[in-house]
Design a protein around this ligand. Structure first.
Ligand SMILES: C[S@@+](CC[C@H](N)C(=O)[O-])C[C@H]1O[C@@H](n2cnc3c(N)ncnc32)[C@H](O)[C@@H]1O
Ligand code: SF4
Ligand code: SF4
Length: 355
């Protein structure tokens, strides 16, 4: 089971400050690069040129600034983070300071797992459907086989979670992906594709999305290994289909681009374009000077790293554990769905060979 590090207490103090009017980030995301070995249709990032990448010393400066601001959870992504030769060293430094996670397309896990696993509390591997559906969305053949092979290797080394992006082209795959997670005995997190300007517009149409969100909520209620809370799915249904918006709190999450710049006000609205270098500002001052008011009613995206913390009852310590690191705890402790037996009986159809 994941253990809450002392840094969580620091975050709780900040979070309680959030209740009292002082704003502070608790969760951080950091793209280590934009370059990628896949070409996902809904993704703008692999299409960008990287500037010169930061070295370990600058990565540590970013971490120190984040820790000083009160951040307790640091998630790495990209681009493809496993393309960074120094990713193991970066993660080791990060794990000394934060709860850590990384999201990867899984292609390079066979080669790089031993460098990263010891320094991660959670590993997310992206899967956007079964077999050909995933490969078509990811633009490169054999991506599904490589990702599932990586998951099989990783799951005994580090708590591992499938990250599934719902697009208009894989709406029929949600239950199959839940079943695959159960077969592989890993967790599952879902997000809904957002239409970035520089990517194919694949976000699902509302009328076709609604039944999938309801299905995922029901699967979650019946014990599927989903990290998202039932409230997360209810918030999407309430806002996008019933006119009952959630109160977005983008200040709880801070994102840092590959050059060390802060993405303000959030990942989505700036299409992940950073502005202020993290070491040139006092994050806590910036957070309390910035005008967040226009964004609280935004509800444009349902990225879990913003929506879940926006739903926290910040006085509830168990909620912090369960929703940030303990999503993993939830799936390790859950009672398997009764239908998971049926899923294992269908294994022949959706299980995959190692590449
Ligand atoms: C940008 S990728 C970076 C990490 C790694 N390359 C991977 O694919 O896991 C991080 C996550 O963003 C998701 N993603 C890509 N395009 C998206 C979009 N348009 N809307 C929402 N999520 C998206 C991916 O499926 C992946 O799970
Ligand atoms: S979603 Fe991840 S794997 Fe796909 S192109 Fe974007 S960065 Fe690469
Ligand atoms: S709902 Fe709006 S303000 Fe909140 S994270 Fe998404 S895009 Fe940003």
């Amino acid at each position: 089971m994941a253990v809450i590090k002392p840094v969580v207490l620091r975050s709780l103090r900040r979070a309680l400050g959030n209740l009292g009017g002082e704003r502070a980030p608790v969760i951080a995301g950091h793209k280590l690069l934009y370059r990628c070995n896949l070409e996902c249709r809904m993704c703008p990032f692999w299409r960008r040129e990287d500037e010169e990448l930061l070295g370990l010393a600058d990565e540590i400066r970013i971490m120190d600034a984040l820790a000083h601001a009160g951040v307790s959870f640091l998630g790495f992504e990209g681009g493809e983070p496993l393309l960074r030769r120094d990713v193991g060293e970066i993660l080791r430094e990060a794990h000394d300071r934060f709860h850590t996670s990384m999201v990867t397309n899984g292609w390079l896990l066979e080669q790089r797992l031993s460098e990263v696993a010891p320094h991660l509390d959670l590993l997310f591997v992206s899967l956007d459907g079964i077999g050909e559906t995933h490969d078509r969305l990811r633009g490169i053949p054999r991506s599904f086989d490589r990702a599932t092979h990586g998951i099989r290797l990783a799951r005994s080394e580090v708590p591992t979670v499938i990250s599934h992006t719902v697009t208009r082209e894989n709406l029929d795959q949600a239950e199959k992906v839940v079943e695959l997670a159960e077969q592989l005995d890993v967790g599952l997190t879902v997000q809904i594709a957002y239409d970035y300007r520089a990517a194919d517009p694949l976000s699902p149409r509302p009328e076709t999305l609604r039944p999938v969100i309801e299905q995922l909520r029901d699967l979650r209620k019946s014990g599927a290994p989903l990290l998202e809370s039932v409230e997360y799915f209810d918030a999407i249904l309430g806002s996008w289909f019933e006119g009952d918006p959630w109160h977005c709190k983008p200040w709880l999450t801070i994102n840092i681009d590959p050059a060390g710049r802060i993405v303000l006000p959030c990942y989505v609205l700036q299409e992940y374009q950073g502005s202020l270098p993290v070491w040139a500002v006092n994050i806590r001052e910036l957070w309390n000077e910035f005008d967040w008011a226009p964004y609280t009613s935004c509800n444009r995206c349902a990225l879990a790293c913003y929506l879940e913390p926006s739903l926290f009852r910040w006085t509830d310590f168990a909620a912090l554990r369960d929703r940030v690191i303990g999503g993993a705890v939830h799936y390790l402790q859950r009672t398997p769905r009764t239908s998971s037996r049926a899923a294992s009986e269908r294994r022949v159809q959706i299980d995959t060979p190692a590449p």
